[in-house]
Design a protein around this ligand. Sequence first.
Ligand code: ASP
Length: 311
Amino acid sequence: MPRLAIHGGAGGDGPWKGPTDLDPVRILCMESVLSTVGSMLESGICAEEAVTIAVEMLEDEPLFNAGKGSVIAANGSVTMDASIMRGRDSAVGSVVNIQKSRHPIRVAQKILQKGWPVMLNGKAADRFGLENGVEQVEQEWLITDLRQAQWQKWKDANSRPGSTDEDDSVILDHDGDQGMGTVGAVALDKEGNLAAATSTGGMTGKPDGRIGDTPIIGAGTWCDPSVAVSCTGVGEAYIRTCAAHEISTRMRLGQNLEKACNSMLEMVEPLGGRGGVIAIDSKGNIELPFQTMLMYRGSYRNGEIFTAIGP
Ligand code: ASP
């Protein structure tokens, strides 16, 4: 009965050219998340804890854009967003522009468990994390050489005459060898309860204070008793369409999970929302569609693990 699906970001245009030198490490990490958290779900942990642990493990992998290895903003710092939602009672927790917590998703879960308020930002969110036992780290610890190089490339491109902030190839963390993005997890536990969680460093060179879809409930993350959803892609388009919640709406109107996910992506695309989504419904169906060149993704069902990158 338990199910788990995860993603490590979607991106790129054109045909997939096969795995990069760094991809085996990402696949290993996803396999480890799926086997560890899959077994935990079999032994009875709840969906909310399962998605938190899964995302924490992905945040710890420096090649994903969340926690350590988050992309770097225009001002040279790392600011992270995360959110979590529990289906059975619509409990949520969300953090924006957090800078010191090793695991932004754990801070979001502590907020969910406290119950009020549901969203905290910046220094106050880090302080709440500290007060609730979430490990604090320095910015230098979060920033990796890979992200530093990626940021430098963005900066050089941006200081060229005529460069614009709309040039996706440099502002997005969707640049083949340079590493992919945002991480997320959705789970169905033994009791039939669902949960969803998403965590990100956002986009390389993002302006000061920018908030993407990841911490916005209904945009990047959604969960109710029928479906759990975590999105990845150009966040602004997901915010403008309440994309994650849209899947639930479409299912209420009679679409199955597959149709609801695909039609949501079609709705987001014209607004510049290239990306993907992972979702699990209460019957145990899993969908992992994306419109980009690739999406790091995987699932656990009946003891079986699946991972993939390209089409
Ligand atoms: N959705 C994330 C954001 O806009 C980025 C991503 O998924 O890669 O912050």
